[in-house]
Design a protein around this ligand. Structure first.
Ligand code: FAD
Ligand code: NAI
Length: 454
């Protein structure tokens, strides 16, 4: 074997965390290599996550609107037909444009792109099994692990990505299922459930907890969202657990019962989506070869500066602590590279927005009302319905509310929660307000153009 080449920084994983770190470090003048095994850059987010799901959400919403919401707007349409193949093609065009864009940015910023699977040979050396065959290795003065996450499997159900799917299969179904059962009413369940419900599937969501939306969604907002999605045709079984699944027959049988014990019921499905959360992905990385620690949920353990017990090895993105979100991974990438090049870096974990891209969208930043209540801080809540907003009225799109939670003494904003049209864009202002330590009065006294949703 040839002597491994030495770089200033070696990054394992070319997802959002990895590619942003690579480009940032390249711009700072470091000699960088980024190892990615899937054959395309952009990771989960660009290839099978954020981007393809948003393409399908947008186009299925348009289809649903044209089918059900044109007459009252004075638009007469003729035959409306779904061309699922073309909808998937549009998705693929968006994805490939973006992943190729990153390859271009790698070249522009002198990042070496190594296509293969990386594993630690020692604390400074990563051995790479190349996709095209053969092996190589690369040494790093600094190493960043950014290997991301994978869907948590459901015990007893074998994922084939055709009938029993994770989000990866759910963004690529060949036909609209008649009946779809979604296990887990979190963000993936509700986004992908929305897509197939709009395209004609009868969707039932089974959720273990008493509310939908996954961790972080304010209870009042969650309840309102559930009502809206129910009106669109989605069915929900809350406080319910799946006891077993049987996919041996033509239809899949999913047995469910009340979480606290109760009578069993069987649901039939053509497709079952398993969406019970994601877990860090470090398989085959050889972290055991260099003694790196993981916690009880498989997350690689790091300190405030993203360092493992070997200080030149850092970890960012989904495979370590914090919310599994692309923009969180991106912020950490910038901070980790700044720690390497400048010795300081910072991410404000209190001001990371969340957006669920259903219709209407749900978006929030900061603490939920329950969290504020538990913290013992005295607080005020103010909310306003879109049904009284002039732009929402003219758009005939008035479902939802905006809810502010502020400190009762100082008026400092503690949390902002929105369910409503364009919530995902509007939360940017809320995030800025929180980042700047604004009071709710600061926002109220800021002039907002009329008529707008903002
Ligand atoms: P990943 O994107 O998972 O990238 C890790 C990369 O490392 C992968 O490409 C993998 O192939 C590679 N890799 C792993 N091991 C090795 C190895 N040993 N050698 C070489 N390469 C390796 N987040 C949002 O903020 N907004 C959204 O709208 C959103 N939508 C989503 C929709 C879905 C369906 C899913 C599944 C996720 C969504 N997410 C969304 C979450 C988002 O995708 C992740 O938070 C983000 O991708 C994390 O980035 P990452 O770089 O840490 O990991
Ligand atoms: P999630 O954590 O959002 O939701 C999982 C849901 O499944 C929870 O409500 C949980 O109570 C429930 N659950 C767990 N075990 C269960 C069981 N046995 N039976 C029934 N219900 C069960 O996870 P999800 O939806 O899989 O998404 C994973 C992550 O991907 C998200 O947390 C998010 O970080 C990211 N993501 C972000 C998106 C966005 O930002 N728009 C879109 C999609 C994914």
């Amino acid at each position: 074997a040839t002597e491994a080449e030495e770089k200033d920084l070696v990054i394992i994983g070319g997802g959002v965390a990895g590619y942003v770190a690579a480009i940032k470090a390249g711009q700072a003048g470091l000699k960088v290599a980024c190892i990615e095994k899937r054959g395309a850059l952009g990771g989960t987010c660009l290839n099978v996550g954020c981007i393809p799901s948003k393409s399908l959400l947008n186009n299925s919403h348009l289809y649903h609107t044209i089918l059900h919401d044109t007459k009252n707007r004075g638009i007469e349409v003729g035959d409306v037909k779904l061309n699922l193949q073309q909808m998937m093609k549009a998705k693929e065009t968006s994805v490939s444009g973006l992943t190729k864009g990153i390859e271009f940015l790698f070249k522009k910023n002198n990042v070496e792109y190594i296509k293969g699977t990386g594993a630690f040979a020692d604390e400074h050396t990563v051995a790479v099994n190349l996709i095209d065959g053969g092996e190589t290795s690369v040494r790093g003065k600094n190493i960043i692990i950014a290997t991301g996450s994978e869907a948590t499997p459901f015990p007893g159900l074998t994922i084939d990505e055709k009938r029993v799917v994770t989000s990866t299969g759910a963004i690529a179904l060949k036909e609209v299922p008649k009946k779809m059962v979604v296990i887990g009413g979190g963000i993936i369940g509700l986004e992908m459930g929305s897509v197939w419900s709009r395209l004609g599937a009868e969707v039932t969501v089974v959720e273990f907890l008493g509310q939908i939306g996954g961790p972080g969604m304010d209870t009042e907002i969650s309840k309102m969202t559930q009502k809206i999605l129910q009106k669109q045709g989605m069915k929900f079984k809350l406080n319910t657990k799946v006891t077993k699944g049987d996919d041996s027959g033509d239809t899949i049988k999913i047995s469910v019962e009340a979480a606290k014990g109760g009578k069993e019921e069987t649901l039939d499905a053509d497709v079952v989506l398993v969406a019970i959360g994601r877990r860090p992905y470090t398989a085959g990385l050889g972290v055991e070869n260099i003694g790196l620690e993981t916690d009880e949920r498989g997350r690689l353990v790091i300190d405030q500066e993203y360092r493992t017990k070997h200080p030149h090895i850092r970890v960012i993105g989904d495979c370590t602590f914090g919310p599994m979100l692309a923009h969180k991974a991106e912020e950490e990438a910038v901070a980790a590279v700044e720690f390497i090049t400048k010795n300081y870096g910072h991410v404000n974990y209190n001001a990371i927005p969340s957006v669920m891209y259903t219709h209407p969208e749900v978006a929030w930043v900061g603490q939920t009302e329950a969290e504020v209540k538990n913290s013992g801080v005295k607080y005020n809540v103010g909310s306003f319905p879109f049904s009284a907003n002039s732009r929402a009225k003219t758009n005939l799109d008035t479902e939802g509310i905006v809810k502010f939670i502020a400190d009762a003494e100082t008026d400092r904003i503690l949390g902002i929660h929105i369910v409503g049209p364009n919530a995902g864009e509007m939360i940017a202002e809320g995030t800025l307000a929180l980042e700047y330590g604004a009071s709710s009065e600061d926002v109220a006294r800021t002039s907002h153009a009329h008529p707008t949703l903002a």
